[in-house]
Structures are given as structure tokens and as C-alpha cells.
Design a protein around this ligand. Structure first.
Ligand code: HEC
Length: 117
């Protein structure tokens, strides 16, 4: 085996290991996530559209944290947010809430606002 083949092989192993170690973003149901976001009380601090409210909680969408960080924060928050265990929000429900956050519309482009043109 040539050096080149060995290098390629080594890279393949590293890349495969990196992919396997990742927690993939689960496929969630955004419509159900919207309901859960209200039913589970997220809206009380983050607003119904997850838009955030300065005194109570930050904006969460439309581009939420990557799923592994998102899930970790909800389970083990480090600030004022209360923790939600698997008992209070099962993983499936959390995937739906995440899908809801991803589905939120982006704010309009500045170029679509007449006075800014
Ligand atoms: C009692 C108020 C409260 C509730 C209820 C609440 N949060 Fe939060 N959340 C916060 C606050 C405040 C922060 C800012 C960091 C901190 O102090 O914990 C935060 C931060 C977050 C973050 C981290 C955002 C970032 O960019 O770092 C995520 C993700 C999050 N909340 C998701 C949720 C979800 C999902 C729910 C419902 C299951 C929820 N929160 C319910 C108050 C709340």
C-alpha cells in the first residue's frame, strides 16, 4: 500500500468516527412542536413564536442551537431557566419542539423594506 492510500484510509476512519459520534438531529413534527411549546410553558419566557422577550428569555428560532446543544441546555440549563427532565418532556416531544423552532420564518430582508432601499 502506498503512502497516499494509507493517508486516505486514515482520513476515512477519522471522518467516519466523527460522523458516528454526532447526535443526529431527529426528525420532528413542527406542528405538534408548536402545541408543545405552549403546553410545556416554553412560551411563558420565550414568547409564543419563540421570538424572545428581553426580561424573561432569549429568542430561540428560526435558527436554534445545534440539536445536541439545544437538548443539553433544556435538560441542564446553567442560568435562570428551569431544567426539563425526560419525564417532563420526552425526547420525542423535544424533537417536535426543535422542528417547530426550525420552521419559524426568518425576518424579512432589509432590502424588502422600502425606506431602507
Ligand atoms: C421560566 C422561564 C423559562 C422557561 C419556562 C423556559 N425557558 Fe428557555 N431560557 C430561559 C432563560 C432566562 C434563558 C437564558 C439563559 C438562562 O438564564 O438560563 C433560556 C435559554 C434557553 C435556551 C438556550 C438559548 C441559547 O441560545 O443559549 C434554550 C435552547 C431554551 N431556553 C429552550 C427552552 C425550551 C425548549 C423551553 C420549553 C421546554 C424553555 N426554554 C422554557 C427561560 C425559560
Amino acid at each position: 500500500m502506498g503512502t497516499r492510500t494509507l493517508v486516505t484510509l486514515g482520513l476515512t476512519v477519522v471522518v467516519t468516527a466523527a460522523i458516528a459520534g454526532q447526535v443526529a438531529t431527529p426528525a420532528g413534527d413542527a406542528k405538534n412542536g408548536k402545541k408543545l411549546f405552549a403546553a410545556d410553558g416554553c412560551y411563558q419566557c420565550h414568547g409564543y413564536e419563540a421570538q424572545g422577550a428581553a426580561p424573561t428569555g432569549p429568542r430561540l428560532g428560526p435558527k436554534p442551537l445545534a440539536f445536541p446543544q439545544f437538548s443539553k441546555y433544556v435538560r441542564q440549563p446553567t442560568g435562570q431557566m428551569p431544567p426539563y427532565t425526560v419525564k417532563s418532556i420526552p425526547d420525542k416531544d423535544l424533537a417536535d419542539i426543535y422542528a417547530f423552532l426550525q420552521s419559524l420564518p426568518a425576518p424579512p430582508e432589509a432590502s424588502s423594506i422600502a425606506v431602507l432601499r
